[in-house]
Each structure stands twice: as C-alpha cells, then as structure tokens.
Design a protein around this ligand. Structure first.
Ligand SMILES: [Zn+2]
Length: 157
C-alpha cells in the first residue's frame, strides 16, 4: 500500500525533473483523500488548518522557512494507494495539479488565466514540458481499467 511519503517523493521528483523553472513559494503538501471516483486529484489552499495539522507537524521545518505562510494541499484519490494503479497514472495526476500551481491557481504565483481549465491550458502546459504523452497513456489506462477494475476493489482494501 502506498503512503503519503510515496506521494511526496513522486511530487518532488516531478517538480525537479519537469517543473524546475516554477518556484515553490510556499509549503506544498500532498496527501491521500477519500475514495473519489471522479475527482482523482485536486489542489487547494488550506483554509482550515485544523484539518492539516498533523501533516503540518511532520513538515514543520519546511513550513517555518517559508515567507508565504499559506499552505497548498494536493489531494489524491485514495484508490491510488493500491499498486494496481500504475505509477504513471499517479504521476500524471500530480503533474496536472502542478500545472495549476504553475498557473497561479491555489498557489502564491501570479494568476495566468481566468479559469484553471480555460482553452486547453493544461494540455498545452503538459506538451511544453514533454508530459503530454504520459498524460495520454494515463488517460488510456484509466479509460480501460477505472470503472471495471478499480471501483470494485474499494471493498477489499
Ligand atoms: Zn484540473
């Protein structure tokens, strides 16, 4: 079973390899959320600190050094804990959320568009970073497996 540390490593690797030009201006946390079928990932600015208190404690050193005290929280569907979901699917979902961060949504960076999914901006961003093919592979895997294989698993783990 994958844990939060796993997500954290995946996110930092992605950031280093594909988003190194995007400054991390605040603390960015990543965690598993509920068993969400439709929303695989989300990115928010935490406004209820009580909810992320335990996460904050674990990252206190990282938090203390930030000038911007807002905390960005990326949440992944709990289905991704199961190793039946390929890592590239998890990575693609994180990359999508990092595009939002880069565009100034749920991040301290300057907002680049009115709406987060306006005019295909995510795919354009992924293409620019050489990540579009991975996104396509992930979409294909999800299309072939999500409803039939992944939903029913929920009961067993
Ligand atoms: Zn999105």
């Amino acid at each position: 079973m994958r844990d939060r540390k796993y997500l954290e490593n995946l996110m930092y690797d992605l950031w280093e390899e594909y988003f190194s030009d995007i400054p991390r201006k605040n603390l960015v946390l990543i965690k598993f959320g509920k068993y969400s079928k439709r929303q695989l990932g989300s990115i928010k600015i935490a406004n209820e600190y009580t909810k992320i208190k335990s996460l904050l404690k674990k990252n206190l050193d990282d938090y203390d050094v930030q000038d911007d005290k807002r905390v960005t929280v990326i949440t992944m569907t709990k289905y991704f804990q199961n190793e039946i979901v390929p890592e590239y699917v998890v990575s693609a979902t994180i990359a999508h959320e990092l595009c939002h961060y880069a565009h100034g949504f749920s991040s301290p960076l300057e907002k680049r568009f009115d709406k987060p999914h306006q005019g295909n901006v995510i795919n354009k961003e992924l293409a620019k970073r050489g990540l579009l093919e991975s996104q396509r592979l992930a979409d294909k895997w999800l299309k072939d497996n999500w409803v039939g294989i992944v939903y029913p698993l929920h009961k067993f783990f």
